[in-house]
Design a protein around this ligand. Structure first.
Ligand SMILES: [Fe+2]
Length: 240
C-alpha cells in the first residue's frame, strides 16, 4: 500500500493543492491527514472541503479542536487566538460538523497516527527530544507512529536511548520502532518554506519525506487581505 501523509495545512490552499498534485503523481492509494487543517491561513473552508472530498483519514489537531470549541484557547498566544476566532467565524456548519468527527489517534495495519503525542494526545505536547521520544516509544505498539505538531520533520528510531535524524528517506527495519514527524504542508518551521509531505510505501518498507514549492505570494496576499495577523504571511517566506 502506498500512503500519502500530510499535516498542518493551516488553511493554506496553495500549499495543499501543490501537495495533492504530488500525491496524484506518486499514485498514492490512501490519503492520511494528521491534524491542523485550519488556523493561521485564509482558506479554512476550501482546505477542509479538499480533505473531505479526497477521502482523507484524519485525526484532530489542536487548531481543529479549538475552532469548534473542543479546546480552550487560553494557552494559545495572542495572534494564534485571533486566528482561532477568525476561523471559527468563517467556517461553514458542514465543515464544522466534519471536524467534529475526528478522533485524536487512529490505527492502521502498519502504523498509528496522532497530532501531538500518543501518551496524552489531548495535552498537545511536543516530541522534540530523544527523551520525549523514549516516553512515547514505551506506549507505541505499532512499528511506526506518524505525528506532527512542531512543523519540523524529524525521525526518531527506538534504541535504549532513541536516535534522531533529519533523514528524508527512511528504510523501515524489522523489529524497530519509529516516530516520524511528517512536517507541515502550510506553515513549515524548519527554515525550508516549501510544503512538506510524506509517502509510506509499505511494500518497499520505505518512508520518504518530500518537499514541493508552491505559490507563497498568493497565500500571503490572502492572509493580508483577510486582515489576519501579518506575521502569518511573512513567516511563510522563510519557513519559520
Ligand atoms: Fe500546527
Amino acid at each position: 500500500m502506498k500512503y500519502g501523509l500530510l499535516s498542518d495545512i493551516h488553511a493554506n490552499l496553495e500549499a495543499l493543492n501543490a501537495v495533492l498534485e504530488k500525491f496524484k503523481e506518486e499514485q498514492v492509494e490512501k490519503n492520511i491527514c494528521i491534524g491542523d487543517i485550519v488556523g493561521y491561513g485564509a482558506n479554512p473552508n476550501e482546505c477542509v472541503e479538499l480533505i473531505r472530498n479526497n477521502d482523507f483519514e484524519c485525526v484532530a489537531g489542536n487548531h481543529d479542536w479549538a475552532v469548534i470549541g473542543k479546546q480552550d484557547i487560553e494557552y494559545f498566544n495572542k495572534t494564534a487566538k485571533e486566528s482561532v476566532i477568525w476561523t471559527a467565524d468563517a467556517l461553514t456548519g458542514n465543515n464544522r460538523e466534519y471536524l467534529e468527527q475526528f478522533e485524536l489517534t487512529k490505527e492502521f495495519p502498519e502504523f498509528v497516527i496522532v497530532h501531538a503525542t500518543i501518551l496524552e494526545p489531548d495535552k498537545w505536547k511536543y516530541i522534540r527530544t530523544t527523551l520525549d521520544a523514549h516516553r512515547s516509544f514505551e506506549k507505541i505498539t505499532k512499528p511506526v507512529c506518524f505525528f506532527s505538531h512542531s512543523h519540523v520533520p524529524i525521525v526518531f528510531k527506538e534504541r535504549e536511548r532513541p536516535e534522531f535524524s533529519f533523514d528524508m528517506s527512511i528504510n523501515i527495519e524489522e523489529n524497530t520502532k519509529y516516530l516520524i514527524n511528517v512536517g507541515s504542508v502550510g506553515q513549515p518551521r524548519d527554515k525550508n518554506p516549501d510544503a512538506c509531505y510524506s509517502i509510506y510505501d509499505t511494500e518497499e518498507k520505505r518512508v520518504e519525506i518530500k518537499r514541493v514549492a508552491y505559490d507563497i505570494k498568493t497565500a500571503q496576499n490572502k492572509i493580508i487581505e483577510a486582515d489576519l495577523p501579518r506575521s502569518f504571511a511573512y513567516r511563510l517566506e522563510t519557513g519559520e
